[in-house]
Write a protein that binds this ligand. Structure first.
Ligand code: UD1
Ligand code: CA
Length: 420
């Protein structure tokens, strides 16, 4: 029997999102919401993961980050408690403890999950809850404690009495249960009189009444606890995530001049002493070396690798492109599926025609070459080392420019040096 299995609740449609896409597949900085939850679980050492899907279960199963987890289906969405009960036969005998987490809380950090597991083990509790102290508890289940501070129940917003509504300690939606106690107490939960759903949170009062030990851990960073129920929550969470990524980038020694207008997707690698100017977008799978200048208004769409001391200026878009050290691409340029060598100068307005309507084709621009303003490079094509492409040239596909040569005109032809 394993130590712990995680059950991720992700069956809800997310009615408040007003979307046809299942809520947990909505994206935050290029990745589905649920992938963040799964990543935190995996990084905290939990590999045995069961996802309870419902609305859009087939879409969820196809999701890359879900691979490796088991997906089970809750046929009728009868509440978070019913969702956990659906997982019973899969997980009950599998581990002594069960971590239940909502798929719509993507900002929970790995360390928090680790701390919760540790507290659960050390305290020997039947249930260890993750809670948060917030300024505005609206929409969250309130943690109700007795005079001695013991947790006695969780009361959902719609049932909260006035004196409970003002409680600002809320349920984050991450729970560590002793497996036996979870399923014992779940059997006793009655459907909620208003929503007619089985609330997982009602197990708390049942365990308390049975004299079981319930403990809690409060999140250090209250931005972690946000549960995404609406588009407004999603925008708030994206904002928090953006700041986290930018703080990480700054912590390793890069300057981000204007965090408010800069977007950097998680996982970007940015070297020391690189400066990111305002209004820059850095998408997935981007690595930038040291001492570069990026932007303002640069867009590194996806799969971009940049060496050291490179300058990428305003209105430059790069996608699936590698740029080597000390190259300058300073103004109004689009390079797709391109490899650029060292010490290259790409003139203003250079465009690679990388897509021919069927395939994406590659352009190679070798070291020390010079591309004049407004050049069009129709891929696949290679610009040899030290070559010069004249201003306004159209270099046709397959018409590679030899190393050291100069080409001019439309279509580009090699300039005969003897005749000047
Ligand atoms: C829930 C908690 C609340 C807590 C908040 C934290 C309950 C009853 N309330 O409220 O105490 O403060 O999360 O964000 O759990 N789900 C299913 N099947 C269902 C219903 C829900 O899998 O039949 C899943 C949803 O996909 C979601 C999670 O359970 O991931 C929570 O459901 P949701 O409707 O978002 O509950 P909240 O009202 O946010
Ligand atoms: Ca929620």
């Amino acid at each position: 029997m394993k130590d712990i299995v995680a059950v991720v609740l992700a069956a809800g449609r997310g009615t408040r999102m007003k979307s046809d896409t299942p809520k947990v597949l909505h994206e935050l900085l290029g990745r589905p919401m649920i992938s963040y939850v799964l990543e935190s679980l995996r990084k905290s050492g939990i590999s045995d993961i069961v996802i309870v899907a419902g609305y859009g279960a087939d879409l969820l199963k196809e999701c890359e980050s879900v691979k490796g987890a088991e997906v089970i289906v809750q046929r009728k969405l009868l509440g978070s408690g019913d969702a956990v009960a659906t997982a019973k036969n899969f997980v009950e005998k599998r581990s002594s403890d069960i971590l239940v987490i909502c798929g719509d809380t993507p900002l929970i950090k790995t360390e928090t999950i680790r701390d919760l597991l540790e507290k659960h083990k050390d305290s020997g509790s039947s249930l260890t809850l993750l809670t948060a102290e917030v300024k505005d508890p609206t929409g969250y289940g309130r943690i109700v404690r007795d005079g001695s501070g013991k947790i006695i129940k969780i009361v959902e917003e719609e049932h909260a009495r006035l004196y409970e509504e003002i409680i600002n300690e809320v349920n984050v939606g991450v729970y560590c249960f002793k497996s036996e106690d979870l399923f014992e107490s779940l059997k006793k939960v009655e459907p909620d009189p208003i929503k007619k759903e089985i609330f997982l949170t009602d197990t708390v009062a049942i365990l308390h009444k049975a004299g079981r030990l319930i403990s809690s851990l409060s999140v250090k960073d209250s931005s972690e606890m946000i549960g995404i129920n609406s588009r407004a929550d999603l925008a708030k969470a994206i904002g928090i995530l953006k700041n986290r990524v930018i703080e990480e980038v700054m912590a390793i020694g890069a300057t981000v001049e204007d965090p408010a207008t800069t977007t950097i997707y998680p996982g970007a690698k940015i070297g020391k002493d690189t400066i990111i100017h305002p209004n820059t977008f850095i998408g997935p799978d981007v690595a930038i070396g040291r001492c570069c200048r990026i932007g303002p208004f640069a867009r590194l769409t996806a799969n971009v690798s940049i060496g050291d001391e490179v300058i990428i200026g305003n209105f430059v878009e790069l996608v699936r492109t590698v740029v080597d050290d000390r190259t300058k691409i300073k103004h109004h340029t689009y390079l797709g599926d391109t490899t650029v060598g060292k010490n290259v100068n790409i003139g203003a307005g250079t465009i690679t025609a990388n897509y021919d309507g069927k395939n994406k084709n590659k352009t190679i621009i070798e070291d020390d070459s010079f591309i004049g303003v407004g050049a069009r490079l129709v891929a696949p094509v290679r610009i040899g080392q030290g070559a010069i492409v004249g201003a306004g040239c159209v270099v046709l596909r397959g018409r590679d420019v030899p190393s050291g040569s100069t080409v001019v005109g439309v279509p580009a032809r090699v300039l005969d040096k003897k005749r000047g």
